[in-house]
Design a protein around this ligand. Structure first.
Ligand SMILES: C[S@@+](CC[C@H](N)C(=O)[O-])C[C@H]1O[C@@H](n2cnc3c(N)ncnc32)[C@H](O)[C@@H]1O
Length: 186
């Protein structure tokens, strides 16, 4: 499939592509899980320029074949549908799923979602969360302090700050990208 144009035109996609370009040498050897697959995500396997990386994807609503493994389910139901994948991943890329206002996870769903992320990740694994700031209802705002911070540490990796803030110069949309490392002792 040809390269989708927004990888070089959309402010947040340009930033996210830099993560794909760098994560292969950062993880070096290991397994990555990418959450939420749209047609443009077909290109992501090629962005990770390292044959020693296994690149998995997860998506409930459609399939994508350009990966080394695929979970056809939501994050929340992943380990019930695909048991035995605990502590499998060195990194989980959460670009526009938990943090995207188009889905809206209740507090209860957020708890289940983050608990599953925690189980899928190896100790010391890297969880990268990218989201927008559109949500105002506290029931659906991502509760980082309650669900993520207790078991993760913000880290600066691959030349990125632990918390990057990017803004679209045209529309003023703001996105946060946070780099979380799962605590070793859990
Ligand atoms: C805005 S897209 C993000 C796609 C991609 N990760 C990116 O970088 O742009 C959100 C995706 O999450 C999927 N999705 C919706 N609910 C989900 C859930 N509970 N768990 C995992 N993925 C979900 C949607 O089907 C959609 O493909």
């Amino acid at each position: 499939m040809s390269l989708h144009s927004h990888w070089s035109t959309a402010t947040d996609k340009i930033f996210i592509k830099k993560i794909y370009d760098n994560i292969g040498s950062y993880i070096n050897q290991g397994t990555i899980l990418d959450l939420g697959v749209e047609d443009y995500n077909f290109n992501c396997n090629e962005f990770i320029d390292n044959n020693s990386i296994e690149y998995w994807q997860l998506e409930p609503n459609r399939v994508c074949e350009n990966n080394d493994g695929f979970f056809n389910c939501t994050v929340q139901e992943c380990l019930e549908m695909y048991p035995g994948n605990e502590n499998k991943f060195d990194s989980i890329l959460d670009f526009g799923v938990l943090g995207w206002n188009g889905i809206r996870f209740s507090q209860k769903e957020q708890e289940k979602y983050v608990t599953t992320i925690l189980k899928l990740l190896k100790p010391g694994g890297l969880y990268i969360l990218h989201g927008d700031r559109v949500e105002v209802d506290m029931e659906y705002k991502i509760n980082i302090d309650k669900f993520i911070s207790p078991n993760f540490e913000l880290v600066s990796v691959m030349g990125f700050k632990s918390h990057e803030i990017i803004e679209c110069p045209r529309w003023g949309t703001v996105w946060d990208i946070r780099f979380f490392k799962k605590n070793i002792k859990i």
